[in-house]
Design a protein around this ligand. Structure first.
Ligand SMILES: [Mn+2]
Length: 305
């Protein structure tokens, strides 16, 4: 599946979460040298710029309390998904920079749709401290960035789940969720109901990152055209990735995160990727964006030796 052509797409959305600033994420990751470092690794890189997204200050009515800014987020995801489809049609691998995690609804919709049109299905590797499996009914905050994985699995507001006219975007049998350590009470039910496989931090502690990633890659990569990687920077412990909106202690170490991404690179089955929730307002000297670039490089095949 190795594709030498990569297209960077910025999705500077921050409507999906309460702590503002992820709209600056794409810029921070570019400033950390993503494009030139991918080129140094041998990729042909094009940067498609940022998709247009509304600013919170320009939206008069935030809409439903259970899913704030739902209409604006759905419109942004529709736009992003369309660009992702086009990118794949041009033979390029989409690499999307968030933005809060709600943009994944658009990215995954685009990748899913491209392969669906060819009679193929994709897997989904979701790396995150949270399960992102809330629905407007279960969400304590109404922030959509806590819902995108549920949406990809077909649960949630129709405006998001039925983007491009069908649901689910990914068969839950091919969804692997790695790194979770903070779940809302009612979210557990959605995880069980969808049947997605969740690997908790406890499981990583007990079995080790290598064993967990082997299983996760088999779930997302088995019987599919390949998988999409959705990487939330809050997976990594806040001591290495302080610039995220919802840090949770007990995250992956620097090396655990790299090992996970090196195994993604070794698998050769990643068809698209996104890195989300980089928040420069909360960061220290762009450390989190720099780590994001390093981890992307590992997933794209960078090796120590
Ligand atoms: Mn997330």
């Amino acid at each position: 599946m190795k594709n030498n052509q990569v297209a960077i797409i910025g999705a500077p959305l921050d409507l999906g979460q309460g702590r503002r600033g992820t709209d600056m994420g794409p810029s921070a990751v570019r400033v950390a040298g993503l494009g030139t470092r991918l080129a140094a690794l041998g990729y042909q890189v094009s940067d498609l710029g940022n998709i247009a997204v509304p600013q919170a200050e320009s939206v008069a009515d935030a809409g439903p309390a259970g899913a704030k800014f739902l209409h604006e987020i759905a419109a942004s995801c529709d736009r992003l998904g369309g660009l992702v489809v086009e990118t794949l049609q041009h033979g390029r691998m989409p690499l999307v920079l968030g933005g809060d995690h709600s943009i994944a609804v658009g990215t995954v919709a685009g990748v899913s749709r491209f392969f669906r049109d060819r009679g193929e299905k994709i897997g989904l590797l979701w790396i995150d401290a949270h399960a992102d499996m809330n629905t407007p009914e279960s969400s304590p905050s109404g922030n959509v960035h806590g819902m995108p994985l549920a949406c990809c699995a077909g649960a949630g507001p129709e405006e998001l789940t039925r983007l491009f006219g069908y649901a689910p975007k990914v068969d839950p049998a091919n969804i692997a969720l790695v790194g979770i350590r903070e779940i809302d009470e009612e979210e557990r039910a959605t995880i069980r109901r969808t049947g997605a496989r969740a690997f908790t931090m406890r499981e990583i502690d007990e079995r080790g990152m290598r064993a967990v990633m082997e299983d996760a890659l088999a779930i997302a990569g088995g019987n599919t055209a390949g998988f999409h990687l959705s990487f939330d920077m809050d997976f990594v412990d806040a001591q290495f990735a302080p610039g995220v909106g919802t840090p949770v202690r007990g995250g992956a170490t620097y090396r655990e995160a790299h090992l996970a991404m090196e195994m993604v690179g070794d698998s050769g089955r990643m068809v698209s990727a996104e890195v989300v929730e980089v928040n420069p307002v909360l960061d220290q000297m762009n450390r989190t964006a720099e780590l994001a670039v390093e981890l992307i490089l590992s997933a794209m095949g960078k090796r120590i030796l």
